[in-house]
Design a protein around this ligand. Structure first.
Ligand SMILES: Cc1ncc(COP(=O)(O)O)c(C=O)c1O
Length: 402
C-alpha cells in the first residue's frame, strides 16, 4: 500500500543531508560547547557556525540569535522574558488563533494581573490592522501575532503590524514556527521571532528566538548562563547544526503549491465541502478542508487505514477531541467544524494529487453512507464554500496559467 505523509505541519521527517550533518556532530564533535579544551571548542565552532548561518539567512547579527529547545520555549521566552524585564508594562495584545503556547502563556500572565486583548480574525482568518492600532496602548508590553497559522495556514500581515508597533514604541513578537523557510519574512519591523527545527526537516528539540539588539528581556531559565545569559542549559549543538543545515533543503515550494491547488480543486468537486481560511494569503502547503456531516476524526482514521496520514485541526488539539478554536474564530458552521481535516503537504505529494483526491472522496462517501442523518448535500452543492465558487475557480485558473 502506498503511504503518503500529509502531516508536515505537525512535524517533518529529518532531511537526509540534515541527518548526516547532525550525526557527524553526535559522533565526532560531541564536546560541551562551554568546555575550554579542544573537544569543547570544536563543538563551539559548530554552534557558532550554525548561528552565523542562520543570522546570514535573516540578515541579522549572530548575537541576535538565541538557541532554545523549540517553538514552545521561544514563545515563552519572548513573552515571559519581556514581562520580567519590563514590569511596568502590564498589557499584552495577541490574536485569538495563536498556538496554545502563546495563548496559555498569556492566560497565565492574566492570572498574574496582566490585561490581554485578543485580536479577532475575519472569516478568512486574518487580523485587522485597524484593530491592532486600536488595541495598542502606552502600557502595552508586546504585541504577539503569528506569521502562519498552524491549522489553517493563513498568513498574517506581520510586517505591517510590526510597523504599527514600531511607531507606537511597543515590542512586536511573531511566532514564525510555521513560516520559517516557507514564506519570506523581513525582520525590519520585528523585534522578536520564534522558529522551530522540526517543522522544517531538522530535528525535534531545537529552535531559536531572534531578539533584536537593544530589546529589554530577561531569561526564564537560569543556571550556567549559556546563550549570552539568556538561556541556561548545555547547548544542543547537533540540533543547532541541524537547524542551520535545513536552510539548504529544497522544499520544492512552487511544485508543492501547484499540487495543493490541484488537490483543492479536486476536493471542491465533492458536495458539501469547504476550504477553511484564505486561499490567497495562505502558506504553500496547507489545505484545511471540511466535509459537511461527517466527523473529521473518523475521516482521519479511515484515511490512516488507506495509508494517508492527515490530522484533525492542530496536532495539539487532536488528542483532546475539542472542536477547533481556530475554526470557531472564523465563524465556521458547526457541521463543517466537526468535519474538518488538515493536509499539510511535503514533496512526496507531487504527482499523487489525483490519488489523494480519489482516496479522500472514497472515504467521505463511505462515511456519509454510514451517517444516521439525511444530509442536505444537494442543497449545499459542489464548491459549497463560504469562500465562494469564484475564489475556487480563481485557484483553478492560476493552476492552468502556470
Ligand atoms: C505555530 C506554532 N507555534 C509553536 C509551536 C510549538 O513548537 P515546538 O513543537 O517546537 O515546541 C508549534 C508546533 O506545533 C506551532 O505550530
Amino acid at each position: 500500500m502506498e503511504m503518503i505523509y500529509l502531516d508536515n505541519a505537525a512535524t517533518t521527517r529529518v532531511d537526509d543531508a540534515v541527518a548526516l550533518a547532525v550525526n557527524e556532530v553526535f559522533l565526532e564533535s560531541y564536546g560541551n560547547a562551554s568546555s575550554l579544551h579542544d573537544v569543547g571548542q570544536e563543538a563551539k565552532r559548530h554552534l557558532e557556525g550554525s548561528r552565523e548561518k542562520i543570522a546570514a539567512y535573516f540578515g541579522c547579527e549572530p548575537k541576535e540569535i538565541t538557541f532554545t529547545s523549540g517553538g514552545t520555549e521561544s514563545n515563552n521566552l519572548a513573552i515571559r522574558g519581556l514581562a520580567k524585564a519590563n514590569p511596568e508594562k502590564k498589557h499584552i495584545v495577541t490574536s485569538v488563533i495563536e498556538h496554545p503556547c502563546v495563548l496559555d502563556t498569556c492566560k497565565d500572565l492574566e492570572s498574574e494581573g496582566y490585561e490581554v486583548d485578543y485580536l479577532k480574525v475575519d472569516e478568512q482568518g486574518i487580523v485587522s490592522l485597524d484593530e491592532v492600532r486600536e488595541k495598542v496602548r502606552d502600557d502595552t508590553l508586546v504585541v504577539s501575532v503569528m506569521h502562519v497559522n498552524n491549522e489553517i495556514g493563513t498568513l498574517q500581515p506581520v510586517e505591517e503590524i510590526g510597523i504599527i508597533c514600531r511607531k507606537k514604541g511597543v515590542y512586536f513578537h511573531t511566532d514564525n514556527v510555521q513560516g520559517f523557510l516557507k514564506e519570506d519574512l523581513a525582520l525590519a519591523s520585528i523585534d522578536l521571532m520564534s522558529i522551530s527545527g522540526h517543522k522544517v526537516q531538522a530535528p525535534k528539540g531545537v529552535g531559536i528566538l531572534y531578539i533584536r539588539n537593544g530589546v529589554k528581556i530577561k531569561p526564564i531559565l537560569t543556571g550556567g548562563g549559556q546563550e549570552n545569559n539568556l538561556r541556561s542549559g548545555t547547548e544542543n549543538v547537533p540540533g543547532a547544526v541541524g537547524l542551520a543545515a535545513a536552510i539548504d533543503v529544497d522544499f520544492k515550494i512552487d511544485e508543492v503549491r501547484y499540487s495543493r491547488d490541484k488537490i483543492i480543486e479536486g476536493l471542491m468537486k465533492i458536495s458539501g465541502t469547504r476550504i477553511n481560511g484564505s486561499l490567497t494569503h495562505r502558506v504553500y502547503n496547507n489545505i484545511n478542508v471540511s466535509f459537511y456531516g461527517i466527523e473529521g476524526e473518523a475521516l482521519m482514521l479511515m484515511l490512516n487505514e488507506m495509508g494517508i496520514f492527515v490530522s484533525t485541526g492542530s496536532a495539539c488539539a487532536s488528542t483532546k477531541l475539542k472542536e477547533s478554536y481556530v475554526l470557531k474564530a472564523l465563524d465556521v458552521d458547526e457541521m463543517y467544524i466537526h468535519g474538518s481535516i488538515r493536509l499539510s503537504l511535503g514533496v512526496d505529494v507531487i504527482g499523487k494529487e489525483d490519488y489523494i483526491v480519489g482516496k479522500v472522496s472514497e472515504a467521505v462517501e463511505k462515511l456519509r453512507e454510514m451517517s444516521p442523518f439525511k444530509l442536505p448535500l444537494e442543497e449545499l452543492g459542489v464548491g459549497g464554500s463560504e469562500l465562494g465558487e469564484g475564489k475556487i475557480k480563481g485557484v483553478a485558473r492560476e493552476v492552468e496559467d502556470e
